[in-house]
Design a binder for this molecule. Structure first.
Ligand SMILES: *Cc1c(COP(=O)(O)O)cnc(C)c1O
Length: 390
């Protein structure tokens, strides 16, 4: 009864880890889950208050316009102008999404035909790969290496594959590597896309989760970006609104129009009160976002020092709530993740879950309450001592 495509799909790795964790919890193990990629902090109160207020208005219970509420699309356009100095037309260059994952998945059938090549960052967010696969596309890794600061290495792409490529995903600040990219990287990517007639989908889910005064650029700031690129944004990670399911896509009108066609035949946008609350969030001064980032940064310092003591190498991130760390010598990513779970009760994501080039690394999430993160750091220090004691 089930399609070949779905049957061939490997299980979403997070759910596999989830099962393993549940089994240990049932056995009474005090598991600390640093595998998840969602904030533990609550949605800021003013956003919740706005939702409650809008819930009292019966006219808000109707269908939203297909493209999303103009109020939300205008808030996105104003956010881009303020934050990046980029002007967007809220009617043709902005589209409301039911979370950016939804938009990313629906972008594929909007842009590619079966058999066409999609370039996906390796290591990268697994949804690009699975969504391309489900749309009948052929995935080709865009290799990212630590030695190159995880910048795309276009010269390593196979010429024949490149000729058949239609779309390229990018993601900075990056999940899982926490790498950031300057505007120069985006300029190079736009020029490359123009030269090879490719569309670019840049995922900026972590654009506002930054530290030490770092400001992540938008690909839309690169000259000519609107000719080839769209950029996905989300309120999930910046405003702790994962369950609310709200995001947006901006940029190239043609691509946005095609995505809107797919979506108008699939869903009818997001619940109006959620869009109104999200518009308010985007228009806020973002004091709470800065406060949350300071919490992640303090946790990050704690964990980085524990990793260092345990002899595990990891670069200090400038954005995201992830640490991308090197697996100690003598282990594969899977072996080390299993060891952390069995000997320290800590769940991490093994690097190969994000693509073959993730092998040799693991991703650790800082989105657990600070005292739990401290406990995890303590266990990692302890594990390091036991290891060197042997
Ligand atoms: C979490 C995440 C998303 C999905 O966010 P939603 O807006 O909640 O769907 C997209 N891209 C990356 C890289 C993420 O980590």
């Amino acid at each position: 009864m089930i399609s070949h495509r779905v049957r061939q799909l490997p299980p979403y790795l997070l759910s596999v880890l989830q099962e393993k964790k549940e089994r240990l919890l049932k056995q009474g193990v005090d598991v600390i889950d640093l595998g998840i990629g969602a904030p533990d902090l609550p949605t800021p109160g003013f956003i919740v208050d706005k939702l409650m207020e809008e819930l009292a208005e019966p006219q808000n219970f109707k269908y939203s316009p297909y493209k999303g509420l103009r109020e939300f699309r205008e808030a996105v356009a104003d956010f881009y102008e303020q934050e990046y100095g980029v002007k967007l037309d809220p009617d043709t260059e902005v589209l409301t999404l039911i979370g950016s994952k939804e938009g990313i998945a629906h972008l594929l059938p909007a842009v590619i035909d079966p058999g066409e090549v999609v370039l996906v960052p390796d290591p990268g967010y697994p949804v690009y790969r699975t969504a391309a696969y489900l749309a009948g596309g052929e995935c080709v890794s865009l290799p990212l290496d630590q030695a190159n600061s995880y910048r795309p290495q276009f010269s390593k792409l196979d010429k024949e594959k490149l000729n058949r490529a239609k779309l390229m995903f990018l993601n900075y600040p990056s999940n899982p590597t926490a790498a950031v990219a300057g505007l120069d990287v985006f300029r190079e990517a736009v020029a490359f896309a123009q030269a090879h007639q490719l569309a670019i989908a840049h995922d900026s889910a972590y654009a506002l989760v930054t530290f030490g005064g770092y400001q992540a650029p938008s690909i839309m700031q690169a000259e000519g970006a609107k000719e080839v690129a769209v950029e996905f944004g989300s309120l999930s990670k910046s405003f702790n609104m994962t369950g609310w399911r709200i995001g947006y896509v901006v940029g190239n009108r043609e691509i946005i129009q095609a995505l809107a066609v797919i979506k108008s035949n699939t869903d009818t946008s997001q619940f109006i009160p959620i869009q109104k609350a999200a518009a308010l969030a985007l228009r806020s001064d973002r004091t709470v976002v800065k406060e949350n980032n300071a919490i992640y940064e303090a946790r990050m310092e704690e964990m980085l020092s524990a990793l260092k003591e345990a002899g595990i190498q990891a670069a200090k991130p400038r954005a995201t709530f992830f640490i991308w760390a090197q697996v100690p010598e003598g282990f594969t990513s899977a072996e080390f993740a299993t060891r952390l779970l069995e000997e320290a009760g800590i769940v991490v994501m093994p690097g190969h879950a994000f693509g073959p080039r993730g092998e040799g690394f693991f991703r650790l999430s800082l989105s657990v309450p600070t005292e739990r993160l401290r406990e995890a750091a303590r266990r990692i220090r302890q594990l390091g001592k036991e290891h060197t004691g042997k």
